[in-house]
Design a protein around this ligand. Structure first.
Ligand code: FAD
Length: 406
């Protein structure tokens, strides 16, 4: 007999949503986080329309929407002639906004919704190891030497991989990407669009301005290639020297220090878990390698894991949960991640960003696919339409030729 049906380690978006769903399904859930909430998480703070849709389906988008800044479109900036805006457009549930809410607030709201569903919460409790073999329960070892047992365990510890390695889920430290952000008040020239800029940043990567209100913003940059770049220093330099940032930040007030944090974008179905341990969100490497967004992937994988765990507990004591979860992840994400990695390597690396923006500006079909792709809404078959595939292949070919020539 176990203490709980499910232990969930990590109460970020992936862990809180897992706890909410499994508790609502009537299971006995333990939720652990080493932090005391409200706690900060270095992030761009953007929840895509795909993420907002899932929160709406769960009936918890209301207070998040009420506190967030709702962006209606994106401005993409390269050289002067290749800078333009695209409206997000509504999806079939009528959702059109990118919601921006600092994680200090978002994660606290998500946790409160999760706790209202009734899990037992172990606050400020670090988990040092999860052991799970074929026949016995999963043993969750806490840093105060206590052990909690459960039939299934879900690991939702984000980009921090120590627990995964100690529990035999990763053989070595995974390669990570890097991104940094800072907050400013009294920012000039903000509107209801987020800005992504590609000039002056390390490629493949981008800089961003995400308004958190009509006059404040989360500003950051990231490089999405697996080699170390000190993005905090890079962001400082951009703030001091990038023409767009200098213009918008003239007279603005920095309200928090620049902070950087790693990102894991190395999703493979093999990272989904082991035995009766399932990894969700960034612990499974589920972050879009082009945009660095992972909140909606955290939500979606939490939903897949919760459904797999609850049906498997009823059927075979949790033994088939991982196989079902893996299959859902494979069907939903394997092809998409292969496409994202191809686009990143062939169309966005080196000095190709401006050619990419020119191609996107010229083609309405490509524009729509880029917005849908940026926010994870595009289906793999959308990329195969001739008016999307042909410009992409042309870009890849031109990029390869330029590289050969010099
Ligand atoms: C600079 C930057 C900008 C980003 N911008 C965006 C964006 O705009 N939109 C977007 O969608 N994504 C963005 N991301 C990615 C996003 O932040 C992550 O993908 C997301 O937080 C993943 O959620 P998660 O629940 O998997 O993990 P996390 O949010 O990292 O939560 C993990 C939790 O686990 C806890 N934990 C860790 N180890 C233990 C342990 N041993 N015991 C107990 N608790 C533990 C931590 O305290 C934490 O609360 C950005 C990332 C960075 C670095």
């Amino acid at each position: 007999m176990s203490d709980f049906d499910v232990s969930i380690i990590g109460a970020g978006p992936a862990g809180s949503l897992s706890a909410l769903l499994l508790s609502r399904m009537g299971l006995k859930v333990a939720l652990f986080d080493r932090a005391r909430f409200p706690r900060d998480k270095v992030c761009g703070d953007g929840i895509t329309p795909r993420g907002a849709r899932l929160l709406m389906q769960l009936g918890i988008v209301g207070d998040i929407h009420a506190q967030a800044f709702a962006a209606r479109g994106v401005t993409l900036r390269g050289s002067d002639e290749n800078s333009f805006s695209i409206a997000f457009g509504r999806d079939d549930a009528g959702i059109s906004d990118l919601l921006i809410l600092p994680r200090l607030k978002l994660d606290y709201l998500l946790l409160e919704h999760a706790l209202a569903a009734g899990p037992r919460y172990f606050e400020a409790t670090k988990v040092v190891k999860v052991d799970c073999d074929k026949d016995g329960p999963c043993r969750v070892l806490l840093d105060d030497d206590r052990t909690v047992t459960s039939t299934v365990a879900i690991i939702a510890t984000g980009a921090e991989s120590q627990l995964l390695r100690k529990s035999g889920l990763l053989a070595q430290k995974p390669a990570v990407e890097h991104a940094a952000r800072v907050y400013f008040d009294d920012v000039k020239g903000l509107d209801d669009h987020v800005t992504l800029f590609f000039d002056g940043v390390d490629m493949p990567g981008y800089g961003w301005i995400f308004p958190t209100s009509a006059s404040s913003a989360n500003i950051g940059c990231g490089v999405f290639a697996q080699r170390h770049r000190p993005q905090a220093e890079r962001l400082r330099t951009l703030i001091d020297s990038h023409p767009l940032l200098r213009r918008q930040l003239e007279g603005a007030r920095q309200t928090a220090p620049i902070k950087a944090y790693p990102l894991r974008t190395d999703f493979r179905v093999e990272h989904a878990g082991r035995a009766r341990i399932l990894c969700v969100g960034e612990a499974a490497g589920l972050v879009n390698p082009i945009t660095g967004e992972g909140i909606d992937y955290a939500f979606e994988s939490a939903q897949f894991a919760a459904e797999a765990v609850s049906s498997s507990l009823a059927r075979d004591g949790g033994d088939s949960a991982l196989a079902h979860y893996r299959e859902r992840l494979r069907r939903r994400f394997a092809t998409r991640f292969a496409i994202y990695r191809w686009v990143q390597a062939k169309c966005l690396s080196g000095d190709r960003a401006d050619d990419f923006l020119a191609a996107v500006k010229a083609s309405p079909a490509l524009r729509q696919t880029v917005v849908d792709g940026l926010f994870g809404r595009a289906r793999p078959r959308d990329y195969l339409r001739p008016n999307v595939l042909l410009p992409a292949l042309k870009l890849a070919f031109l990029g390869a030729r330029r590289k050969r020539l010099g």
